[in-house]
Design a protein around this ligand. Structure first.
Ligand SMILES: CC#CCNS(=O)(=O)c1cc(S(N)(=O)=O)ccc1C(=O)O
Ligand SMILES: [Zn+2]
Length: 266
């Protein structure tokens, strides 16, 4: 079985037992209290810039706690905004809940969205590997995109969703044969909040510069249901068909404490 997860006996309230960093003072996610956000001049006209080629090949894997698209980030770049160096895209993944009124990890004035997409980048200018970067305070830059339920399917996400039936069990993976335009997974508005935080899954390293976009993208109910059909156990684990489903994989918010929350754009 998984040594951590999202059930009552291995969920977020138990993580600090095996992963002491989870009890740190720079943890993520947080509730974004919009009244606390400062829009000082440090970010003015420093918009966040990304360049992802639109014909990226990738691999999708069932990690046991969700799906993850591993990108081959050679010619990807994220810079600007709160970042002092250029970061490369490593992977992206998603968090969701059992019902549509929960599922995002960050919340905004206490409001949860139905899901949250995370694009994980690492500081390839300062560090020589993702693994090294994941142990540094400015090692990773994660873009958070809220997802709300809309009527239409999200066409780009549909390419990922069409592969999920091939990775229902933990450990399964699938090499995608069609290209993905990662940039189309981001909202139109570049307005965001940013703060210093951590990985939201064990080992919960405090190595992430978080940038959470203010504008959500939409996903359909059917698409979200496909996420919930993933299993947290391997094919070999003989369990009942309805057992082991990953119906939720979000960590609830941790205190912002004395961290600064900055915003760029109204
Ligand atoms: C050492 C180390 C590490 C963490 N890896 S990750 O940054 O890709 C990551 C980041 C996040 S999140 N939610 O913090 O962006 C979740 C899951 C993962 C993962 O291992 O798949
Ligand atoms: Zn995440």
């Amino acid at each position: 079985s998984l040594d951590w997860g999202y059930t009552d006996d291995n969920g977020p309230s138990t993580w600090a037992e095996k992963y002491p960093l989870a009890a740190g003072a720079r943890q993520s996610p947080v509730d974004i209290d919009t009244s606390k956000a400062t829009s000082d001049n440090s970010l003015v006209d420093r918009e966040i810039d990304w360049s992802y080629p639109s014909n990226c090949s990738y691999r999708i894997v069932n990690t046991g706690y969700g799906w993850r698209v591993d990108t081959y980030g050679d010619d990807t770049a994220l810079s600007g905004g709160p970042l002092s160096e250029v970061y490369k895209l490593e992977q992206f993944h998603c968090h969701w809940g059992a019902t549509n009124d929960e599922g995002s990890e960050h919340t905004v004035d206490g409001k949860s969205y139905a899901a949250e997409l995370h694009l994980v980048h690492w500081n390839s200018e300062k560090y020589s590997s993702f693994k090294e970067a994941a142990s540094q305070p400015d090692g990773l830059a994660v873009l958070g995109v809220f997802m709300e339920i809309g009527n239409a399917d999200n066409a780009e996400l549909e390419k990922i969703i069409s592969l999920i039936p091939k990775i229902i069990h933990k450990g399964q993976d699938s090499q995608a044969s069609f290209d993905l335009d990662f940039g189309s997974l981001l909202p139109e508005s570049k307005h965001y909040w940013t703060y210093l935080g951590s990985l939201t899954t064990p080992p919960c390293n405090e190595c992430v510069i978080w940038t959470v976009f203010k504008e959500p993208i939409t996903i359909s109910e059917r698409q979200l249901e496909v996420f919930r059909s993933l299993k947290s156990v391997g094919e070999e684990d003989a369990i009942e068909p309805e057992e082991g489903k990953l119906v939720k994989n979000y960590r609830p918010p941790l205190p912002l404490g004395n961290r600064v929350l900055r915003e760029c754009g109204p």
